[in-house]
Design a protein around this ligand. Structure first.
Ligand code: FES
Length: 499
């Protein structure tokens, strides 16, 4: 017998294993035609818990919990993933850029743990195209730790192949209106340290254990041919945004560079709440940085009905009279699940309506979940996931403030990066205690700062190295605070679990 999820991935089909096959996320649902007990294992206890009775009757199974015989016919399996594969973006998401003409072309890429995004730009920074897609490495878990574990289990080459293939699909989309005669001169790639290591085929084992030693935080400039197959890109020079440490990568350096935190006089807090929560605090030129393993809740990972910030994701929720639910979805599409910003709203609204207490526990002891729309629901475990993510981030902010010697009241602006930052309601952030009340009016979304930094770098640097030196200075002058080593971390974390 073989695990069905492994069989599906071996056949190069995409299956999101958000909880790394632990049977807790419910994201690997498949429908098996026939479901012959001769060839398919019985429902496990975990499947009985995770799957509705009507799903069980329809032969819907969790691929990570199901075993099939060696002669099982994989063609009879339908993958029930609701994720949109690739989508075009909004030009206004890229602040300060407008549509321009294809002259000398450059491509900026952000490789996130969940999604990837690319922008085709001309030399003046005019955006010609933006494309987003899924990072299909999600078949090996939602967070960087799962990817590092998978690489250690012998899947490093597979992980590299997956991201190289995703990037080539992205490039094809970006260049769809570009003629064969035009060439891309430069590419800049921004990503966290694990993503860059996997892309470049570096050994990631050092990233997963103390002293968390990367192979190289500032990889040398490369040639497009090492990653891309499109002949318009193979001759491009590829730059990588340099990182600070194993868990403070080039993505956050790119964000600091984009927002000019190294030059601004005021106190600015940057929150990039992806699968890995990254925090930067600048206090008149000094930069403090930290990362927290907040878990993937802010990206919809490990939630019963969680999805990334994709079209159809429920991104905003209000509850009135304790039962009436109103929601909005990204792109006003039919709801497919709930993303991190929607989850922040749900928890804030459940608390406001006294449906959960300060501990985050349902006040009605018969209640195990709260229905949002159709089968989309929020369970007690989902609320705990969000509480843990919230506590990790809030504790990170508290400790950076402590280390820098300033208070919440001294902060001049809070920049919220990424899809979560764009969709989240700051009032709900305050209501669940993710940020202090004094920051409410100062909070603004700043877009995908990892991608924006890469765009800015391409436009400013051209061929001289001055801008790369500036990135290097940001790396050298930023002070990393390792939260797990901080004496106040545990006490504050427990306190910050309260809602
Ligand atoms: S990957 Fe199967 S339940 Fe999470």
């Amino acid at each position: 017998m073989k695990k069905l999820s492994e069989l599906i991935i071996e056949k190069n089909k995409y299956l999101p294993l958000v909880c790394n096959g632990n049977g807790t996320c419910g994201k690997c649902k498949v429908r098996i035609r026939g479901c012959d007990p001769e060839n398919v294992s019985e429902l496990s206890a975990c499947e009985k818990r995770m799957l509705h009775k009507d799903e069980q009757a329809e032969c819907i199974r969790l691929a990570c919990q199901t075993y099939v015989s060696d002669d099982f016919d994989i063609d009879g399996v339908e993958i029930l993933s609701s994720e949109e594969d690739i989508s075009t973006g909004d030009y206004d998401e890229i602040t300060g850029c407008s549509r321009g003409k294809a002259e000398s072309l450059c491509i900026a890429i952000d490789i996130g743990t969940t999604t990837i995004q690319g922008a085709l730009i001309d030399n003046s920074g005019n955006v010609l195209e933006i494309i987003s897609g899924i990072n299909h490495q999600r078949s090996f878990g939602a967070d960087v730790i799962s990817r590092i574990d998978s690489a250690a289990r012998g899947y490093a080459v597979k992980l590299r192949e997956i991201i190289v293939s995703d990037l080539n699909v992205l490039i094809t989309g970006l260049l769809r209106t570009v003629t064969d005669k035009e060439k891309v001169g430069r590419v800049a790639i921004s990503a966290n340290t694990t993503m860059i290591h996997l892309l470049l085929g570096f050994d990631v084992s050092g990233l997963g254990r103390y002293p968390f030693a990367p192979v190289d935080l500032a990889p040398k400039f490369g040639s497009g041919g090492a990653i891309f197959t499109d002949k318009r890109v193979v001759g491009a020079r590829v730059d990588f945004m340099p990182g600070i440490s194993a868990y403070i990568g080039g993505d956050i350096v790119s964000g600091i560079y984009y927002l000019e935190l190294d030059r601004r006089k005021e106190n600015v807090l940057l929150l990039d709440l992806g699968t890995n929560g990254e925090i930067a605090l600048s206090t008149g030129g000094s930069i403090y940085v930290a990362s927290t393993s907040a878990g993937p809740a802010f990206e919809g990972g490990r939630l019963t009905s969680g999805v990334a910030s994709i079209p159809g994701a429920i991104s905003g929720v209000t509850i009135t009279d304790g039962i009436r639910v109103k929601y909005e979805t990204i792109g006003s599409r039919t709801p497919v699940g709930i993303c991190g910003s929607g989850m922040v709203d749900v928890v804030a609204e459940l608390r406001k309506n006294a449906l959960i207490d300060k501990n985050g526990t349902f006040t009605d002891e018969n209640m195990t979940e709260f229905a949002i729309a159709g089968r989309i629901r929020v369970s007690q475990r989902d609320i705990r996931e969000l509480q843990m993510a919230k506590a990790a981030i809030r504790t990170g902010v508290d400790i950076l403030l402590l280390e820098s010697g300033i208070k919440n009241e001294d902060i001049d602006s809070v920049e919220l990066a990424g899809g979560f930052g764009k969709n989240v309601n700051p009032v709900s952030m305050v209501n669940i205690g993710l940020i202090d009340e004094s920051l409410l009016a100062l909070t603004e979304a700043c877009g995908n700062t990892s991608l924006l930094g890469a765009i800015k770098y391409l436009v400013r640097s051209n061929d001289n190295t001055g801008e790369y030196d500036r990135l290097r200075k940001i790396v050298e002058s930023s002070r990393e605070v390792v939260l797990s080593n901080h004496e106040d971390f545990n006490d504050r974390y427990l306190q910050n679990m309260w809602i």
